[in-house]
Design a binder for this molecule. Structure first.
Ligand code: NAP
Length: 348
């Protein structure tokens, strides 16, 4: 049985990845910051919990010694929620210490590294065709510090992989949604805001949305199919926020907002919310970063992942149905409005 190490086991992607790897028969060790959180998120599991922090890689790196593969999903990902510059943490966790972890992986003879980056690192094409793994965003075009950290990290990881002859397979997910988003991440937060009727209108923008379980499936599929350094967009399908609302209406029974918010208005509102958050120090739902993301209208191609990893993508209504139900069953304290999903129409 192959022994593997997964960082971010309590995270949205990490918990699905750990479960999928266990199901496929791998022996899993996973890095978690909190054992009690790990027990809550992963339930009774055969995974071995390694308590540690990416802020201090030296303290837990020895645990890689008996593993053959490394899956890195842990990242600093809170920039969209709390106002202020998060560069110090973004640089430390997503760049410097990620590379340090990979250096340990090399030292302990890990055979391959499966790394999670983001489609935030991908540029919209001028010819409006779907962007591919080759359309890497120039650093000066990164709209957020998070994107900047991922672009710089990916560059250094490519150099590292070449220099040390260790394959690094990088995944570039779209906006992930689905069940067991305990954070919650930005996707889960958007769903919760929708359910609590906190979304006054649909920003006139669009984005690639992918089921987190499909990303986990893609990563596990790559273990048997990809032996060399490579990159895979796993971004699901592209939706206008109006369509997302319609699907959420069906999943929850809560009517979708009728109003379309033009981008300049959305930016102004988000800017004001950012300023308020700076004063109150509270987490914010809508941020300038988020509006940037949906404004770009970048569509990514999953063709390579579909072809080479033999994966499929769940329909959005399935993803949202499972996501809404998870919040209803496991985080009902976060919901203020009763949910009554609309029954699926029977096809004739
Ligand atoms: N969610 C998306 O829409 C999306 C889209 C594209 C790419 N990504 C990327 O996908 C990966 C997984 O993100 P996610 O959505 O699963 O986010 P998440 O739910 O916030 O998970 C992040 C994980 O990283 C862990 N972590 C953060 N800082 C850490 C530290 N200093 N030491 C150890 N662990 C730490 C967190 O631990 P705690 O549970 O203790 O907080 C959590 O387990 C990240 O690389 C992210 O950038 C996400």
């Amino acid at each position: 049985m192959m022994k593997v190490f997964v960082t971010g086991g309590t995270g949205f992607l990490g918990n699905h990845l750990v479960k999928k790897l266990l199901k496929e028969g791998y022996e899993v060790k996973t890095l978690v910051r909190s054992i009690s959180k790990a027990k809550e998120i992963l339930g009774s599991t055969d995974a071995i919990f390694v308590q540690g922090d990416m802020a201090n890689v030296d303290a837990f790196a020895d645990e890689l010694r008996d593993c053959e593969l490394l899956f890195h999903t842990a990242a600093y990902f809170r920039e969209s929620f709390l106002y202020g510059s998060h560069w110090e943490e973004l640089e430390r966790i997503n760049i410097t210490n990620t590379l340090k972890l990979f250096e340990y992986a090399k030292k302990y003879n890990i055979q391959r590294i499966f790394h999670t980056s983001s489609n935030n690192t991908i540029q919209k094409r001028k010819d409006n065709k779907p962007s591919t793994e080759l359309d890497v965003k120039k650093l000066e075009h990164a709209k957020t510090l998070y994107a900047k950290s991922k672009i710089i990290g990916d560059r250094l990881i490519t150099d590292f992989s070449k220099q040390h002859s260790i394959p690094v397979i990088t995944f570039l997910p779209g906006w992930m949604m689905g069940p067991v988003d305990a954070g919650p991440t930005t996707g889960g937060r958007y769903i919760l805001d929708y359910l609590n009727k906190q979304i006054p209108g649909n920003v006139n923008g669009s984005i690639d949305i992918v089921d987190v379980r499909d990303v986990a499936d893609a990563i596990v599929s790559a273990v048997t199919k990809v032996k060399q350094t490579d990159r895979f967009l796993v971004t699901g399908n592209h939706f206008h926020l109006r369509e997302l609302s319609k699907h959420l209406e069906k999943a929850s029974g809560i009517p979708s907002p009728k109003l379309t918010i033009p981008k300049p208005v959305a930016f102004t509102l988000a800017w004001l919310i950012d300023r308020m958050a700076a004063i109150t120090k509270k987490e914010m739902s809508i941020s300038v970063n988020g509006v940037h993301e949906v404004s770009e209208g970048r569509v990514c191609s999953n063709a390579k992942a579909i072809h080479e990893l033999a994966i499929t993508f769940r329909p959005l209504h399935v993803t949202l149905h499972d996501s809404v139900n998870w919040y209803k069953e496991h985080r009902s304290e976060l919901l203020t409005v009763p949910i009554s999903p609309q029954p699926e129409k029977q096809s004739s």
